[in-house]
Design a protein around this ligand. Structure first.
Ligand SMILES: Cc1cc2nc3c(=O)[nH]c(=O)nc-3n(C[C@H](O)[C@H](O)[C@H](O)COP(=O)(O)O)c2cc1C
Length: 381
């Protein structure tokens, strides 16, 4: 489809295509996709960004495969306006550092895109899976404020085809996309879907801690729970400055403006947390401890927690020593301190006898993998 009617897409049609996309099959049932729904003047900005790379593409127009299906002028018009579509949908995945996960996630997001296109066609909506805009990916990322840990997988305009009944002026109700999604850009997530944030305190992106956290994630996904994984080591989180700003003002916020703001935001929007950390010198890693100290705003001076007990947390610890009892006191006091925030501690596991690159990988220890899976599966049960 290369010429769209400007008629807004009906809210129920938009939700139906996104719902169909959410039902796509996914590798390890990770359902890694997110959808950015773009409307309004942002579409113009996206068109302009594409325009800047168009000149380069047009240099080889005579040998372009597009030449047989569209005139050069129509192609330029389409590229600069996304065919006049009232909506653009951008499919993202969280960029996974492990190649096999990354590949699985890209395949899954492509399947979601295909579901989306088929559902749109069934509703007489037009689409056009476009690869061209990714030539100007950097600018696109800026326009849509896509964070560095998200990968753009696919883009399509969405709208009723020009000249059809659904695209005619007569069927342009006031309850269109603008009213439906209420803004220029937003990430769509099924509103009824629960979400869990997974915090990883290991500096290793493919160490045993991460592998177990990924198993827990699989368990969460099996329950239809959305997840977001954060490597604490990638964030700049200062130690608590003991300014007591949060206490003096009695607010759940912090005077130190660094990446902890992102974590606070995630905690607010999540129904639970999984915290996975290796044991370093009898307790959690420094990255994990910095996070804990910065949870101070959630603890009031009379020890009445600020987070609702309905938010749950489970822990995964990994250690080299084969005896799980060795660091129980350090682990116990860490979990107690996390609980002071109000999060209800649901479960924990201590995975022993692990040393990445020296001892066998945890993937060879089925009972530990199963336990981590169950930690995720049961967190919100
Ligand atoms: C600085 C440092 C300190 C460690 N201290 C301990 C410790 O006190 N007890 C223990 O059993 N293992 C200790 N280990 C081993 C790690 O806890 C263990 O290998 C863990 O599984 C590493 O997780 P990863 O594979 O995600 O890196 C230490 C490792 C490092 C690098």
């Amino acid at each position: 489809m290369r010429q769209f009617s400007p008629a807004p897409v009906k809210k129920e049609d938009l939700h139906a295509v996104l719902d169909a996309a959410n039902w796509a099959p996914s590798g390890m049932n990770r359902q890694p996709w997110e959808f950015v729904v773009v409307t309004g003047k942002k579409i113009g900005e996206m068109g302009k960004s594409y325009h800047s790379t168009l000149a380069e593409y047009l240099k080889n127009w005579d040998s372009s495969p597009m030449r047989d299906s569209i005139t050069k002028e129509a192609f330029i018009r389409f590229a600069e306006t996304y065919g006049g579509a009232p909506v653009i949908i951008v499919v993202l995945v969280q960029a996974d550092p492990l190649p096999n996960f990354r590949k699985a996630d890209l395949e899954s997001a492509s399947a979601a895109m295909e579901n989306l296109l088929l559902a749109a066609t069934a509703l007489e909506l037009g689409t056009c899976w476009m690869t061209g805009p990714l030539r100007a990916e950097k600018i696109l990322r800026t326009i849509l404020a896509i964070p560095p840990d998200r990968e753009i997988v696919a883009i399509t305009p969405l709208g009723y085809p020009e000249g059809t009944t659904r695209g005619s002026a007569a069927s342009r109700p006031g309850t269109g996309t603008q009213g439906a999604v209420g803004g220029i850009t937003q990430t769509f997530r099924n509103e009824t879907m629960k979400k869990v944030t997974i915090l990883i305190g290991s500096p290793r992106k493919n160490g045993n801690t991460r592998i177990l956290a990924a198993e827990a994630e699989r368990g969460l996904k099996e329950q239809g729970i959305a997840t977001e994984t954060v490597f604490l080591n990638d964030l700049k989180i200062k130690g608590c400055q003991a300014c007591y700003w949060c206490k003096k003002n009695d607010v759940v916020a912090c005077a130190v403006k660094d990446d902890m703001q992102k974590i606070h935001h995630l905690i607010q929007e999540s129904d639970g947390l999984i915290l996975a950390s290796p044991i370093y010198f009898s307790t959690v890693t420094a990255q994990t401890k910095a996070w804990l100290d910065r949870m101070f705003p959630y603890v009031s001076m009379n020890l009445i927690p600020k987070l609702p007990a309905s938010k749950r947390v489970s822990f995964i610890f990994t250690q080299n020593q084969p005896d799980a009892r060795l660091f129980e006191s350090g682990i116990g006091s860490f979990m107690y301190a996390v609980g002071l925030s109000g999060l209800s501690v649901k479960d924990h596991m201590i995975a022993c006898d692990l040393d990445t690159g020296v001892k066998p990988s945890v993937t060879e220890k089925k009972e530990l993998m199963d336990r981590a899976f169950a930690i995720g599966r049961d967190l919100l049960r």
